[in-house]
Ligand binder design. Structure first.
Ligand code: BGC
Length: 753
């Protein structure tokens, strides 16, 4: 979006985001005009044809419908409007758009083509900041928190819940499914994505999309591709070796798209190899269509289109979010291009066919929208369970957690924990039904408002510990906080990092919280730190505190979820979906995210792969997380069938509480030759009663054993011995077996099943 673009550069790497808000650009003199055709009114029943027959395939229906459409109708479908008034541009959203929504594409009544009502995003039904009325909805924990659950069922249930809210709110397109690989821990949007590993991220995001689409709502996997930082996101140029790309970021997209079959893909703001993603033939046609066989449509991010002929020819199907592009590229300019022959009518047909395919495949024609009440109570239970599943216990010295009845004086410090829990900022922000628990924190508009969901961890802790005295200090006065800590049996510090769209962050807590925690740790070693962050942060105070919980942005029931984990009502079973580095000097590029060319020198050596390759010891490794019980993995066996490795193993709960273990299967060629010593091949989450034991099996997709042969445009598996490892994290391998895998090449179009 134009306005978002104007703000972004001023907010980079800010500990000081609060103070810096750009002045809006002067109002445009004229209301923008897209030059779209006005369709003749139609008050008769829609004309019927092959496309009306739900027993036909989506392909056949889409083709038949395109053949019945007029040119003006085709143009109508490839052009999307912002759904919210935008006074700076004198833009008034179409009357039929839903108030405060992200996007709208008009219906074609003559043929019964429904309007597309588009809403953000991954944690629930968002409302645009500029909207006068905010719709109160349920927010899931952040995408990264869901990935931390390592639980496909949790991801699918969350997707199904927010997809239901989308449909009941009148939306049939949800701009959800962020799967950009977490390469840069300082990326302000990491919280919207699925972490640093292609297998984990794709498995989780695919299930979320499947859940959303189970409501006959198109989901939109995004932001394709290499949009891995917010700094200079509109013109920045990501440069990566194509072989490395295929086994890292692109693999995350490929596996997610293959599993979930999203109706749509959103191309990103940035350039890739010098060409904007939304007019990049390599990304949109060679990789997405030719190799992956994607049949839905590509929509541009809001303001990410930069041309008409180049974009249409490269594979962009729908130009979104008018008026945020510098011109309405798929408005009047596309009609002119067709008239002049620079875009062929057959290309327009193809664009329309893909949009209709996505709509037919998800049942949009058969399931007309109707706004309906939402089961807010039932949905609160879904988001609370997701937050509980994604909470990661990082440290628990002397079994400080769960809290015991002997904790009679409990101090709660900071993070507005007396009122609520933090959310991430930007277009994905969901407004809660009860309003912001801590209104007024700057920035109060884009990419704000800084939002605290009214779900107070403190209130819930007090409720669950009626006999304890629970006292609160806001942490603004470290000496007062330390004095309260000293006078308490246990101290729980809530530490925050606000991240959001359009700015990057430091890999640290905001403001002076590190010094605060340090002082509290000095005052009382029974200190628990609860982190509410967008991603990894450094913890210079780690040795001084007893316990640390990563709660991420935990969603609208986050306070109850955190309390349930602290009190032991819930046994934490999350594992890190991202490496927590000790410091920025351990990152591939320690310098802050910068403008211009962003050269991915580390190639596919992302996250734990980088740490493995460099033999760096992180603060906490990928895959790591503690429990209130203990597990033992054993009996690892692996076999090879049809070129795929299957590993089987047992997990046993050796402790006294029920809990869930996550068996992580890593693979590694004995002869080396990969970007890193090992890759995650798959994982299984196993719920276990005390003393119980279960077996699990994990099949490793053959592409996880391959490298990409760019010259031959194929996957290539080197024959030989491969280690198959059972780990509790990337840094803790408990058992290894070796198998022999035959040499093999697979075409670019190869897919599982
Ligand atoms: C974001 C997208 C979002 C769109 C519509 C853009 O600024 O990058 O993720 O879907 O706005 O709000």
């Amino acid at each position: 979006m134009t306005f978002r673009v104007a703000v972004a550069p001023l907010l980079l790497l800010s500990g000081a985001v609060s103070a810096q808000v750009a002045a809006p650009p002067p109002p445009a003199k004229q209301a923008p005009d897209a030059g779209m055709p006005a369709l003749a009114p139609w008050d008769k029943p829609p004309i019927k044809g092959v496309w009306s027959d739900a027993t036909q395939t989506p392909d056949a229906r889409a083709k038949a419908l395109v053949a019945a459409m007029t040119t003006d109708e085709k143009h109508t479908l490839v052009f999307g409007y912002f759904g919210t008034d935008f006074p700076i541009s004198r833009y008034i959203a179409p009357k039929a758009a839903l108030e405060g929504s992200a996007g709208y594409v008009p219906a074609i009544l003559r043929l019964g083509i429904p309007a597309q009502f588009q809403t953000d995003a991954g944690v629930g039904v968002a409302t645009q900041g500029g909207a006068k009325v905010k719709r109160g909805r349920t927010a899931l924990p952040s995408g990264l928190a869901i990935a931390a659950s390592w639980d496909r069922d949790v991801a699918r249930a969350g997707g199904a819940m927010i997809g239901d809210e989308a449909r009941r709110s009148g939306f049939n397109v949800m701009l959800a499914g962020g799967v950009n690989l977490l390469r840069e821990p300082r990326n302000g949007r990491n919280f919207e994505y699925g972490g640093e590993d292609p297998v984990l991220a794709s498995s989780i995001v695919a299930q979320q999309v499947i859940g959303i689409q189970s409501n006959h709502v198109v989901s939109t996997i995004k932001h394709y591709a290499f949009n891995d930082q917010e700094t200079d996101r509109n013109t920045g140029n990501s440069v990566i070796d194509h072989s490395a790309a295929r086994v890292s970021d692109l693999l995350a997209f490929q596996l997610a798209i293959e599993q979930a079959k999203p109706g749509s893909i959103m191309c990103s703001y940035n350039r890739v190899d010098g060409t904007h993603a939304c007019e990049n033939t390599w990304l949109l046609t060679d990789v997405l269509r030719r190799d992956w066989g994607f049949k839905g449509y590509v929509m541009s991010d809001w303001g990410a289109a930069h041309s008409t002929v180049a974009a249409a020819t490269a594979g962009l199907d729908q130009d979104s979010g008018f008026p945020f592009d510098s011109k309405p590229f798929f408005g009047r300019p596309l009609r002119e291009a067709i008239d002049q022959g620079t875009v062929k009518p057959a290309q327009l047909d193809l664009m329309v066919e893909r949009i209709l395919y996505g709509m037919f495949a998800q049942g949009l024609f058969e399931h007309p929208l109707q706004q309906q009440p939402i089961d807010m109570v039932g949905h609160a239970a879904v988001t609370r369970a997701a937050a509980e599943a994604g909470t990661v216990l990082l440290k628990n010295a002397r079994n400080l957690l769960p809290l015991t009845a002997s904790a009679k004086r409990i101090a709660i410090i900071g993070g507005h924990a007396d009122k609520g829990v933090l959310a991430g900022g930007g277009s994905s922000l969901v407004y809660p039904a009860e309003g912001n628990a801590v209104p007024g924190i700057a920035p109060t508009f884009w990419p704000g408002p800084v939002m605290y969901y009214p779900s107070s961890p403190m209130a819930e802790i007090q409720r669950q510990a009626p006999g304890a005295v629970v006292r609160y200090a806001d942490g603004n006065d470290p000496a007062a906080a330390a004095a309260l800590a000293k006078d308490s049996d246990v101290v729980i510090v809530f530490a925050t990092q606000w991240a959001g769209e359009s700015f990057d962050v430091a890999m640290a807590l905001d403001g002076k919280q590190d010094a605060l925690i340090d002082a509290i740790g000095d005052a009382n070693r029974n200190t628990v730190v609860v982190l509410e962050t967008g991603g990894p942060v450094m913890m210079p105070w780690l040795d001084k505190v007893g316990a640390v919980l990563a709660a991420w942005y935990p969603g609208t029931a986050g306070g109850a979820a955190i309390a349930n984990v602290l009190t032991g009502k819930v046994n934490p079973s999350g594992r890190l979906p991202v490496t927590f580095p000790r410091g920025v000097d351990q990152l591939p590029d320690p310098a802050v995210p910068h403008s211009g060319d962003v050269v991915y020198r580390e190639g596919a050596t992302v996250g734990y792969k980088w740490f493995d390759a460099k033999a760096f010891k992180p603060l906490f490794p990928f895959g790591y997380g503690l429990s209130y019980t203990q597990f033992a993995g054993s009996g690892l066996k692996a076999g090879v069938a049809n070129g795929a490795i299957t590993a089987r193993f047992q997990m046993r709960n050796t402790g006294a509480r029920a809990g869930a273990a996550i068996g992580q299967i890593y693979v590694s060629p004995v002869a080396g030759g990969w970007e890193a010593p090992k890759r995650l091949g798959g994982f299984a989450k196993v719920a276990l009663a005390p003393g119980a034991s279960k077996s699990a099996s994990v099949t490793v997709d053959p592409r996880l054993l391959a490298t990409w042969d760019e010259a031959g445009q194929q996957w290539r598996i080197a024959g030989g011995a491969y280690r198959v490892m059972l780990g509790t994290s990337a840094a803790d391998i408990v058992q290894t077996v070796t198998v022999t895998v035959p040499a093999r090449t697979m075409p670019a179009t190869w897919r599982a099943r």
